[in-house]
Design a protein around this ligand. Structure first.
Ligand code: HEM
Length: 136
């Protein structure tokens, strides 16, 4: 009988990772890594902490392939201020590094970490403001 537990082969990546509980488990580890990293923590300096936790949850939900309401345009607009401050590929790479390390600490299997990174990677041009700017 089909069900939607994390052991079901056809379950979404988000479900296989453990859904909202997995996001909650990952969020504090991930956030700690991000704000401790001098390569990127300047971007978070003026951001309200409470809003930031919601943002990190939205980030992780999205990266886990879960339900979210973000589009390329939202990703572009949500980071436009950061792009004016110099947000670039090196910063994006640092965030992916922390995402990968966080999931590793939580013993997420390598294959699923790869799926998460692929999803996160798919937002790169939008986050860095390229796709919208370069459109006709
Ligand atoms: C995998 C790529 C990324 C995803 C999926 C992502 C996701 C998000 C989301 C969902 C928001 C909230 C947007 C809103 O509703 O306003 C956001 C905002 C934000 N992101 Fe990202 N993000 C990514 C990469 C980055 C990078 C590389 C940085 C900086 C190193 C960053 C820093 C921030 C900051 C500081 C905000 C808050 C902006 C503000 O309040 O002005 N993000 N991001």
């Amino acid at each position: 009988m089909a069900d939607h537990t994390q052991n079901t082969p056809n379950a979404s990546l988000y479900e296989r990772l453990g859904g909202a509980a997995a996001v909650d488990a990952a969020v504090s580890i991930f956030y700690r890594k991000v704000i401790a990293d001098p390569r990127i923590n300047l971007f978070f300096a003026e951001v309200d902490m409470e809003k930031q936790t919601d943002k990190q949850k939205a980030f992780l939900t999205m990266a886990f392939g879960g339900p979210h309401h973000y589009t390329g345009l939202d990703m572009h607009q949500g980071h436009a201020r950061l792009v004016t401050l110099g947000l670039n590929d090196s910063h994006f790479d640092a965030v992916l590094e922390h995402l990968e390390a966080t999931l590793g600490e939580l013993n997420v299997p390598t294959g699923m970490i790869g799926e998460v990174i692929t999803i996160a990677e798919s937002t790169r041009t939008d986050v860095l403001g390229r796709s919208v700017r370069d459109s006709p």
